[in-house]
Structures are given as C-alpha cells and as structure tokens.
Design a protein around this ligand. Structure first.
Ligand code: PLP
Length: 970
C-alpha cells in the first residue's frame, strides 16, 4: 500500500496570515509587491475585505490551508543578500578550466554580456508566441538557427533544446519515430559519446523500453537491426574521425544517423551534413556562454530535409504580415505539446532562448573569420601541447584532434591532475591511466606551460615551441572547405558601436516586462529584481566547471543545498532536486520517480497516468516519455475534475493505475475545494499524486502540496521564484517529493556506470541550470517566509481586483465556492465572438496597440483569455490594463451596433504599425487616431509594432527557417 499521506494528518487549524507590515519603502518586499498599502486598501475595499488575511481566508479552502507560517529565515536587505552571495561565491575556487567534456572556456563579449545577458529588455521577455511584439528576439533566434544550420550543413535547425545530453535523447526519439525502414531495431551509441549523454539516453530509453547499446565503432557496427546510430564529433577523448564510412554503412542497413558535434570545431572540420548525417545535435555553450557550473546553455538540433516536421522544440520561421512584408514567427506550432498533448513530438516547452540568443550574437559579432580564428586558437594550443608532450615521450590516444587530447600516463593520472590543480589548472581525470586536456578561446601560453610541467619535470616558466605547420594537422579529408555564415548579418556588426546599436534596435522592436505588464495566465511574469540578477555573471560563480572537484565548489553546493531545503519547507515535501532544467523536465523526473517506486515494489503493471482534460500539454507529453499510458479525466461544467468520471476511471484502471497529474490551483485559476478527496481516492486505488506546481504563486505560505495530498510536484523557478523567462528560457524545474520517492530522484549524470545515486539523470549536469539558481536564492532570502506569504496574498488581491473590475465587460468563466478566483482569471470571449465575430485573438492583437502584451490566449479554454497580473504590478498599471480592456469592449460594441463590420474593425486590423496609420491611403471606417491612440495617455508613451498582423499559415506552407535575404526588407 502507498503510505496514506492525508488520512493521518490532523485537520489543520488555520493560523492568521502573517503579512509583513508594509510600512514605507524600507524593505525589499515593499519593492517586490507593486501596490503600496493605500492601494491595497483601495483594492480590498473594492472586494469587500478588511485585509489581506481575510481575503486569503475566504479564497483558500480551509481544508488545505497550512496551519503555521513558513519556517524560513527572516527577509534580508538587498545589501545583506549581496554580501552573503559574495561570501558564498568566495568559497568557490576559480581555476583554468581544461576539463572539457562539453564545457569550455569562452569569452562573453562585454557588449553582449551587458546588453543582452544582463539587459532586462532581453531577459524579461516572454516566449515569442505573440510574434508582432517579438520581432527583435525572433530575428536573434533566427540568427542562431542560421549559425547552427550553416555550421552543421543541415538545412533546418531549431531555436534551442535544453542541454546536449537531452538533445541526444531527443534525437534518439526522433530517429525512432521517423525510421519506418527499421522501426524496432537497436539504438547504437558511439563509445566516444560524452558520458552524460550516454547516461541520459539510457534513462530515457529504459522508461520507453528501447534497446540501447554502447559500441566501440572501430570494430564496425554491431550485427543487429539498427534503428538509429549516434556518433560524436570530436569524440569524448578528443579524437576527430572521418565518419562518412560508418554513416554510409548505417544508411545501407536502414539506420538513421545522428552526430553530436561541437559547433566551434565545425568551423574547421567537415560538418555532419556533408558526412551524410540525418541529424546533428550539440551544445552552443562555447559560443560566448559562461560555464555556469553546468548550465544554462543552449543545445541545438539540426535535421536534413524531410525531418523538419518531426523536429522537437521551437522553430523560428519567416512569414509575412497583413501588408505582405517579411515577418518572423514561430513555425509549425501545432507540433508542440500544447496542442498535440500525448501525441506531441516532445515535452519541451521552455528551452534556452536567452542563451541561444547570446550564442547567435557571438557569431554575429565575430563573423565567420572570427569564429575560425577562435577555433584555430584552441586547435593550435592543443597542437602545441601535443608536440611538447610527445617530445617528452608521452603518448596520445589519437593523433587527429581538434582541441582536446587524451594522454596516456600509466598509473600516474591522479598525480598529474593533482600537480595541474596545484598550478591552478583543472584537467580531466579519465581513469587511473589517462588524463584529458581541453584547450579553448581562453587558453594562454602560460596555461600550456603549466600543463606540460604537470606531466613532466619541465620548468613551468619556459615557453613552448610553436608547432610546425604539419604537426598534428587535421587529416586532409576532414578539413572543411565549404563556406558558412555568408549572410550579411554576420558581416555588418564588427565595431562595438555597430553591435550596440544592432542589439538596441532589435530590443526596441519588442515588448518585455521592462515596458509593460505581461499578464500571462499560468506563466507568472513577475518582477525579476536587479539585485536577484546581479550575481549570476560573477566569475566566482559563472566560471566554475560542472565537473570541477567538490572541494572547489563549496560555495555553489552550499547555495544549492540552501535552496533545495527552502523549497522543501515551502512545498511541504521532504526532498528536492534542482537538476531538471525546465518544468517539462521536472515533470519527467517526477513521473520517473513514481515509475521507479512502483517497480521497486514489483508493481510493473502500474503504468496508467490520469490527466484532466484541462491540463497543460506538457503533462501528457511527459507521461508518455516516462513510459506511461495517458487516460483523460473529464472536466465538469464548473471547471473542477468530474468526480463521477474520475471514480469510473479509477475502477476501470485500478490494477494499472500509476498516478494522477493535477494542477493546483487548477489551470482554471480556481482553488477546487475537493482536492483532498481526489488525492485520497487516487491513493486508495494504489496510485500516486503528481501536483503540477506551475501555479505555486497562488500557494506559497498559504498551502503546501506536499501536505494536502501530493506525493511529488515540480516547481517552475522561472515563474514563482523570479528567474526571468528570457524570451523562452532558461528555466529551472525542481522536482519535490515525499520521502518514499526520494530514492528515485535524478542521479548524477557523470556517475560511472549505473546511476550512482538515485534514479536516471534527466539533465547533462548534476545541478542542471545551476547558473541561474542565485536568482531564486536571492528572492527567498530577500523576502523571508512572511514576505513570500505577503506576495502570495498580494497576487490573489491583484487577480481578484482585475476579475471584479473586468467581469461586467468580459465575464469571468470560473470562480471558487467563495466567488473568488486564485491568482489568475479566465475572461470568456465566446459570447461576444458568437454575437460579433470578434475573437479572443483579435482582442489579443488589439491590446498591442495599447502597448500591452496579450494575456494567455486559448489556454486552457479555447476562445478565452487568461489573465495573471502577479503581485508585482502596481494599481496604476492594473488600472491601465483595465482601461484598455474596457476600451476594447467599447469597440466590440461598435461592431455589434454596426459602426463597422468585424472584418474592417480596428480589432481585426490590429495591431497597427506606424506605416499603416501614416500611409497616404487610409480608407478604413474608423479614424486613424482611434487606430493608433485609442486612449489619451498613449499620445505620450506609444509603442508601434514593427509589423502588422502576421499570417501564420503562410509561413508553415512556405517553411523558411534561416535568415532571409536582406532584399526581403526593402
Ligand atoms: C509553464 C507550465 C509548465 C511547463 O513548464 P516549462 O518550464 O515551460 O517546461 C507545465 N505545466 C503548467 C501548468 C505550466 O504553466
């Protein structure tokens, strides 16, 4: 039996809400929460409550309310938090990082670091689902795709996956889906694949029952039916091989082939596309993205013609707007899990947009000659070492390499690595007899001298001789002779002034949180405070290699341990792992933990996952990836889970039930009162309860999923805990579990052989996207337990104020028994659409003319908008949004009254770029002023979108996913 989590818990006695006395602007919480005390009083009066506590008491069902405040340290000032972060950072040891294994030293150009990575115009943007306000970042992502496509010599590349190891796993699944010739054969992994990629693929394959073998390909392909082959170029040992032969052999036997390739190496060596590969994957980290102790880094995938529709992740494409002008948007969106749920190509939602953008700009700034020079620098450094080391009689495992050597030092490897460490250099301890060395953009002659000294008794002060031109040169057949990055964008911005202005021009085309509220339901676009962001680029944190020995990373691991324990306290669970690098990966890790638990008890048949019809699409997609079968539970008319249907499904699948995945508060933004009963019923049937924690911003300090019935949740630190969205990533999706699931949390991907601790790893690095964790660490430290609770109650207040004010114009679809919503509300456009033809999409596009990013469109209910203001918006901004929505409603009424037809209304023609409203020809049945300045305040602060409404279908029919010629913009 599953330990009953709720039956033994005494009924909670509700403690009065301890909100911070918000007195003057002295504490951080006063800066994080947008509305001041007077404004909150006004909003509370509007709703008829005396204080935040009374509102929370009414909104949150007593049955789930947590009985005591959060046991967290009291909130600190910004100065104190930065001071503590400095002390933690100082406990890490900065080294020359030559460990390699997918992570290399690189220089983030200052102009990109400050104006992209550290610029709110870029990092606070949302995923570009509203393309008209996202043209800048879509262009930046298209640059990234063009870099990947050119360097791999494959025609279609996506705009990022989560890390190299999971990208390899995605490629394996793609081959398995697409290979109709040999659908059920084995997947062969090159023994030269990065160890973390092998570990992640093995975990994913195990859940799906895929047969995977690791093979030394020097002995030829295994004599089996092969569905897919994965090669690495250069290999994990550093060796560069001509792979055209093995690729041709694999193809002749009906297998598909993926090459995991180093983008920088591909500036010098023959790319996978020219060697015949179907798919290329890898990491773009070394294109200007710091090591970040393992992540976030953008991974890429590129495919040959014919596979583009099976490609996972987001794909930026070129389309046209209503005026026929070239415009960018996300292509083939219907492939995403949002729409296809359990039939999706992958569960990836949040990816690594910001890091892909940085990598793309790195290539724009350096251009093809610059990238080639940087690659050549690393290659020459490795050749210099090779000459010196072999000159001392040492042996290399390969003579053809790019920037990484493996040196044979029988029984001396530990001694060499220790000697290098003493000289400030981290080398790779391959095993007792081998040491790996990776050179890169940052390698200098003194580094090389120190390395040679660690292997020999040579004087570390003496200079090394430059290698002769032919010494350790790349094999002639593998020297790249094809061109890349020929598009003008990679040639126009060489001076810093040009680059700065290019970055600014693109940023100015977009709306991000630095300009307007982004009231996206379920996405929680709240303040990403500057203080929270500050530490992430400090070199004491950012320059640490994920495979550095633990004694060099004391500060990092302390920060991570703090964060994991605070998140456990907040959620009421026993253990947390921050390894998953997006919500989707947290879901997968959580479901794999459930799977591991059932199997550990011999219950292998428990594979059915119940998912409510209204669930986020990632839930179903993740369940499939965890080897589960999705059974949909109906939603009742009031938006809650249909209890009768649930009971029927529990009976029907009693013996096979693995879990239910629910979202709480529900995706409808309502606290269902019967959640405990749902959990109890599932537990009674032997199932586990997965609570999707994406809506935790409605719970922190008020209720704990680990106490009201959940066995496992994932959280989205890029929602509730202030990591910015970055235009579609990075994210962190920690998985939190009760004690019985703790043994099945993700293990260390660098662990040798079977996962050394816990379950299968889900990310390439042990701590996933560690680099952005200081943001959430700082947020919790600044707020303290009471501050966090105040934030939650303030989020409820803002959402309920909006709901109350807008309901007369756009009916709020669902409320709880109290008549209140939780932290978001769904506005029902369907009656107005039926009466006038004006759709929710028209309203979303018209809001752009008011300078707003639209609320969530058509999720979870088609024909509606879901609004989540968050606690960070002040009353004036809430009112500005309300005024815009009321003005939009007045325009819909004009359509209803016959002032203009829907198809010739300002709503359908929205958004209105400056070119449209200033054109000599007008001829529309509404004035230009109404088009551009529908409210008086817009006369002073006006955002004009760079394009008119974009035709999505056109772009999908004419798929163009690399930079279009400049003439398209003439
Ligand atoms: C955002 C969200 C997810 C997915 O999170 P990602 O980080 O984008 O993978 C899952 N479930 C719900 C309800 C969400 O809102």
């Amino acid at each position: 039996m599953v330990p009953p989590p709720t039956a033994t818990t005494p009924a909670p006695t509700i403690a009065p809400l301890r909100v911070v006395d918000r007195d003057g602007h002295t504490q951080f919480v006063d800066r994080h929460v947008g509305a001041d005390r007077e404004a909150q009083k006004f909003m509370l009066d509007t709703l008829g409550f005396d204080d935040l506590g009374a509102l929370a008491d009414a909104a949150v069902p007593a049955a789930i309310r947590q009985d005591v405040g959060l046991d967290l340290p009291a909130g600190l000032s910004e100065t104190e938090v930065l001071e503590r972060l400095r002390l933690l950072a100082a406990k890490n040891v900065r080294m020359v990082q030559m460990i390699g294994q997918g992570y290399y030293g690189t220089v983030t150009p200052g102009v990109i670091q400050r104006n992209v990575l550290e610029s709110p115009a870029w990092y606070t943007a949302y995923t570009p689902y509203q393309p008209e306000i996202s043209q800048g970042r879509l262009e930046a992502l298209l640059n990234f795709q063009t870099v990947v496509s050119d360097l791999t010599a494959l025609p279609v590349a996506n705009a990022s996956l989560l890390d190299e190891a999971s990208a390899v796993a995605e490629a394996v699944l793609l081959m398995r889906r697409s290979n109709k010739a040999v659908p059920d054969g084995v997947i062969v992994l090159d023994a030269e694949l990065l160890p973390q990629s092998i570990a992640v693929v093995q975990g994913r394959a195990d859940a799906l029952g895929l047969d995977v073998v690791v093979a030394d390909l020097d002995a030829g392909l295994p004599h089996r039916d092969i569905t897919g082959l994965v090669l690495q170029q250069p290999g994990t040992s550093g060796r560069v091989r001509d792979q055209s032969g093995v690729i041709a052999d694999a193809h002749a036997r009906g297998a598909m082939v993926t090459v995991a390739a180093d983008l920088l190496a591909l500036t010098l060596i023959t790319p996978p596309g020219e060697q015949g590969a179907d798919i290329a994957v890898g990491s773009a980290q070394r294109l200007g993205v710091p090591l970040f102790y393992g992540g976030p880094h953008a991974a890429y995938m590129a495919v040959r013609q014919g596979l583009e529709r099976a490609l996972p992740g987001r794909l930026v494409g070129v389309s046209r707007d209503a005026l026929g002008a070239t415009a960018y948007r996300l292509a083939l969106q219907t492939r995403e899990q949002h729409i296809r749920r359990e039939r999706a190509t992958s569960n990836i939602c949040t990816a690594q947009a910001l890091l892909a953008i940085v990598a793309g700009f790195y290539a724009v700034y350096h251009g093809p000659e610059g990238l080639r020079r940087i690659a050549q620098h690393g290659h020459d450094a490795a050749r210099t070492l090779a000459v010196a080391l072999t000159g001392h009689g040492l042996e290399l495992t390969a003579d053809a390499f790019f920037d990484t050597l493996t040196v044979r030092v029988p029984a001396r490897a530990h001694v060499v690595v220790a000697a290098a460490e003493a000289a400030g250099v981290n080398l790779r301890l391959v095993d007792g007899d081998h040491v790996g060395i990776s050179c890169d953009e940052t390698t200098t002659p003194p580094h090389l001298a120190a390395v040679v000294a660690a292997f020999t008794d040579r004087d570390p002060g003496a200079e090394l001789a430059a290698p002769g031109e032919r010494a350790f040169a790349l094999p002639a057949g593998l020297v790249r002779d094809s061109e890349y990055l020929t598009h003008p964008v990679f040639h126009q911005y060489r001076s810093e002034t040009q680059m700065l202005r290019y970055l600014r021009r693109l940023a100015d085309r977009d709306l991000a949180l630095d300009r307007t509220m982004i009231p996206l339901g379920s996405c929680t676009m709240k303040l990403n405070a500057t203080t929270e962001m500050q530490a992430i680029t400090w070199p004491e944190l950012a320059s640490i290699h994920p495979l550095a020995p633990d004694h060099q990373t004391v500060g990092w691991r302390r920060l991570i341990a703090d964060l994991e324990s605070w998140l456990a306290t907040i959620t009421g669970y026993d253990r947390v792992s921050i390894q998953p690098n997006a919500g989707s990966q947290g879901e997968l890790a959580g479901l794999l933990a459930i799977r591991g638990y059932h199997r550990s008890r011999g219950e292998h048949r428990r594979t059915v996952c119940l998912i409510p019809a209204s669930a986020h699409g990632t839930n179903a997609a993740s369940a499939v990836l965890a080897g589960m079968r999705v059974v949909v539970v109906a939603t009742a008319a009031d938006g809650t889970i249909d209890q009768a249907h649930l009971a029927a499904k529990l009976t029907e699948h009693a013996d096979e039930l693995a879990a239910i995945m629910i979202t709480y508060p529900s995706t409808h933004g309502v606290y269902d009162t019967d959640v405990r009963e749902v959990c109890d019923a599932v537990h009674a049937a032997g199932g586990q309860v997965y609570v999707d924690g994406a809506n935790l911003n409605a719970l922190v300090g008020l209720a704990q999923p680990g106490r009201f019935g959940g066995d496992v949740s994932h959280l989205n630190l890029h929602k509730t805990f202030c990591i910015p969205h970055g235009g579609g990533g990075p994210g962190v999706g920690p998985v939190a579990v009760r004690a019985h699931l703790a043994p099945f949390l993700p293990g260390d991907p660098a662990g040798t052989g079977a996962w050394s601790d816990g379950g299968a790893p889900v990310a390439a690095a042990r701590f996933g996207s560690a680099g952005v964790l200081p943001i959430s660490w700082a947020y919790i430290s600044l707020m303290g337990g009471d501050g966090l609770t105040t934030a939650t109650a303030s989020a409820l207040l803002a959402a309920n104020y909006l709901a109350r004010r807008l309901d007369p114009y756009f009916p709020v679809l669902y409320t709880g028994e109290s008549g209140l919503v939780a932290h978001e509300c769904i506005l029902d456009l369907r009656p107005l659409t039926a009466a006038t033809g004006i759709t929710a999409e028209d309203v979303a596009k018209r809001l752009i003319d008011f300078g707003f990013h639209a609320p969530t469109l058509a999720f979870p209910v088609p024909g509606t908008l879901m609004v989540e203001p968050t606690e960070s918006e002040d009353l004036a901004e809430l009112d500005r949004f309300i005024d815009a929505m009321i003005a939009v409603r007045a325009e819909i009424d004009q359509v209803a009254a016959g002032a203009f037809p829907a198809e010739d209304s300002p709503l359908r023609h929205a958004p209105h770029p400056a070119t449209v409203v200033t054109a000599t020809q007008w001829g529309r049945p509404y004035p230009r002023e109404q088009a551009a300045f529908p409210l008086p305040a817009l006369r002073r602060d006006k955002y004009f979108p760079p394009v008119a409404r974009i035709d999505g279908a056109h772009g999908d029919r004419h798929l163009v996913c690399a930079c279009p010629p400049v003439t398209d913009f003439a």
